[in-house]
Design a protein around this ligand. Structure first.
Ligand SMILES: [Zn+2]
Length: 216
């Protein structure tokens, strides 16, 4: 473990809490209100790490208010403790999608595994988005059909407003009385997964979507 204990989405969550504190500071809210905002942020951050050691808790607690530079330093310090996305090879990725012999794979050397909650890439030749994620300790992959949209909208994964496309996937869930029935589920998801990974702060939806897709 070498002391690493923070996931990408957890650091994103912490960064969002800091943005809220900065926002209150900029609005010159009364001191007691600002103190309450900081207390709440601390409670939410510590909630993410129920098993944190005393040392880790000390590192996480935001005593404040701080200057921009101090917040930067705080985030920088936490970044050293990021748990990277598990190492994966192109060969392993190919095996996850055996149906696609000519699958276009992402250049893994260009991807910062520290800033990755889920690995995803688009293959416009197949009109597909591929998503790889460690679900309950096991690496899983799904493919989605890609339908471009022209409007910006909320992404289901990161909950941020941006360039999204409609991605649908056929699930393995079957109706017992109809073996030919396959349920399809769709979502608006960021087209650019690097951007999505910078913003995702909660994996609840991602987990549910993958479980649903895999019929778990
Ligand atoms: Zn997104």
């Amino acid at each position: 473990m070498n002391g690493k204990f923070i996931k990408n989405e957890q650091l994103n969550f912490i960064i969002k809490q800091i943005a809220l504190i900065k926002d209150s500071t900029n609005k010159n809210v009364p001191q007691n209100v600002l103190a309450a905002v900081i207390d709440l942020a601390n409670a939410k951050i510590l909630d993410l790490f129920p098993n944190a050691s005393l040392e880790q808790k000390e590192m996480l607690v935001l005593a404040g208010p701080k200057t921009d530079k101090e917040y930067e330093q705080y985030i920088q310090n936490l970044s050293d403790f990021l748990l990277p996305f598990p190492e994966i090879t192109q060969q392993q990725l190919k095996k996850m999608f055996p149906k696609h012999k000519k699958i276009k794979l992402p250049d893994l050397s260009n991807i910062d595994l520290n800033q990755l909650t889920y690995l995803s890439w688009n293959d416009l030749g197949y009109n597909k988005k591929f998503i790889v994620y460690e679900l309950e300790g096991k690496m899983v992959g799904i493919e989605c059909e890609f339908t471009p949209t022209s409007k910006k909208n909320l992404c289901s994964f990161c909950n941020s407003f941006g360039d999204v496309a409609y991605f649908s996937t056929v699930t393995k869930a079957k109706k017992s009385n109809n073996p030919d029935y396959y349920k399809s589920i769709g979502n608006l998801i960021c087209v650019d997964s690097t951007e999505c990974n910078k913003k995702i702060s909660n994996v609840e939806y991602l987990n549910a979507f993958l479980k649903d897709s895999l019929g778990k």
